[in-house]
Design a protein around this ligand. Structure first.
Ligand code: NAD
Length: 429
């Protein structure tokens, strides 16, 4: 007998105690139960394929040596080379990287890319490092993990506090040993083989999915009040593309604080300030109110888009959400307890593995352009991104109807099935 997902219902506060990796596997188990997947297959699919932790000693600008911890976790490679971002943040640890790597396996499978999942990171405070220190740290990390990355092994990309410049350093360091290898990373500057449209791809994808979901819910996007937490690559591009689609951005935030204006913030002015200062700190447009990040999550709006770090919508903060829809632009922004509270309150959640998949989709386009030494024009990138996301959303909706389940569990059923088919064909049959 197939268990109903309700058989997984637990006290939301106890679900919040799960680590991020345990939360991902909690969702995995709900979906695996619907698929009636045998226990031995579940173990193979859940466990990471390879984990590497490295010591990265670098000489700081003041002449002293400091040692950083670096991580790369390759979760699964049954459907293709591992793929996943590289994060620079003080909270980076093995559990977080492992969880994010597994999310990449399910994300690449959900949107049907020929990749597996990986993630990496360095525990550091990037804003306290000079550009020279960041470059030395990145290059030393590449030397430490150089044997396990490569165009056919594992292909890093930007994530929190890393960008096209970081990818350029990785490509250069890797190429010094292997010859010119643009396909070893994605999210590079276009001058080095980066795809047109990659930088905005995650945010644009968030907006395309939001529009498609609003169509299904009968929620008009034009004029809809939207709140976005995080104004980095993903949050700022989501704000720009959603406002181009007619939505009203009524609240935004970054690590320095939050701003709101129910009449709608001037997104062009926000983007210009962010481009100049790399932060929203000190931006005080007339009529806007300064609030805290906690208050931002509780603002009245139609659509709430967490686009910063993980674990912000907990069982506690989810009770204060006043949105009709949550779209997860960040990875793992909702804890399992938060997800349960939102479900109880009837607030649908578009899961991260669908909502923010635009980035890895265009990373795939970039990788194929590098391998074929051929450049795509921007309209082709944007058209194929939209088609790919529309197809994936249709598949999630169909799985949600078939299994009578929420969109997150439905997304996992689609993804897990694909990885299971490849794994069985490669070594289980
Ligand atoms: P980024 O470094 O460009 O931006 C992060 C933003 O979050 C910044 O504005 C920062 O100030 C803000 N922030 C940090 N701590 C905060 C806090 N406590 N409260 C409010 N804001 C805070 O990173 P990004 O690339 O935009 O990534 C954001 C999220 O999207 C991450 O979860 C990342 O894993 C996910 N993601 C990124 C990509 C990509 O292509 N870059 C792809 C998929 C998913």
């Amino acid at each position: 007998m197939i268990s109903s997902p309700d058989s997984f219902a637990r006290d939301a506060a106890s679900l919040d105690k799960l680590s991020t990796f345990e939360s991902v596997n909690f969702y995995f188990e709900r979906a695996a139960e619907l698929l009636q997947m045998p226990e031995d297959e579940r173990v193979i699919l859940q466990r990471p394929f390879r984990e590497l932790q490295v010591e990265i000693p670098i000489k700081m600008d003041d002449g002293r040596w400091r040692v950083f911890n670096g991580y790369r976790v390759q979760h699964d490679n049954s459907r293709g080379p591992c793929k996943g971002g590289l994060r620079y943040h003080p909270s980076v640890d093995n559990d977080e990287v492992r969880a994010l790597a597994s999310l990449m396996t399910w994300k690449t499978a959900l949107v049907d890319l020929p990749f597996g999942g990986a993630k990496g990171g360095i525990a550091c405070e990037p804003h306290r490092l000079s550009s020279g220190e960041k470059q030395r740290l990145t290059r030393a990390f590449v030397r430490a993990i150089g044997d396990i990355i490569g165009p056919n092994q594992d292909i890093p990309a930007p994530d929190v506090n890393t960008d096209a410049q970081t990818m350029a350093w990785i490509m250069d360091e890797y190429s010094a040993r292997h010859g010119f290898s643009p396909a070893v990373v994605t999210g590079k500057p276009p001058a080095l083989g980066g795809s047109l449209g990659r930088e905005e791809a995650t945010g644009r994808g968030v907006s395309l999915i939001t529009r498609a979901v609003c169509d299904v819910l009968g929620l008009p996007l034009r004029g809809a009040p939207v709140v976005i937490q995080g104004f980095g690559n993903v949050g700022s591009n989501a704000a720009r593309t959603l406002s181009e689609m007619g939505a009203r951005i009524v609240g935004v935030s970054d690590a320095s604080g939050a701003l709101c204006d129910p009449r709608g913030l001037d997104v062009t002015a926000l983007l210009a300030y962010q481009a100049q200062h790399r932060s929203l700190e000190g931006f005080a447009p007339a009529g806007a109110k300064q609030i805290s990040n906690e208050e931002l999550l509780a603002l009245d709006c139609d659509i709430l888009i967490p686009a910063a770090l993980g674990g912000v919508l907990t069982a506690g903060s989810a009770r204060d959400v006043h949105a009709r829809l949550v779209v997860e632009a960040a990875n793992a922004p909702t804890t399992a307890g938060g997800q349960q509270v939102l479900a109880e309150r009837g607030i649908p959640v578009v899961p991260d593995i669908l909502a923010n998949a635009g980035g890895v989709i265009v990373s795939y386009f970039e990788w194929t352009q590098n391998l074929t030494e051929f450049r795509w024009k921007l309209p082709q990138v944007q058209r194929e991104l939209e088609e790919s996301l529309a197809r994936s959303w249709d598949e999630v909706l169909a799985a949600s109807k078939k299994h009578a389940t929420d969109w997150r569990t439905a997304s996992y059923t689609v993804a897990i099935e694909r990885v299971a088919v490849a794994t069985r064909a490669r070594f289980m049959s």
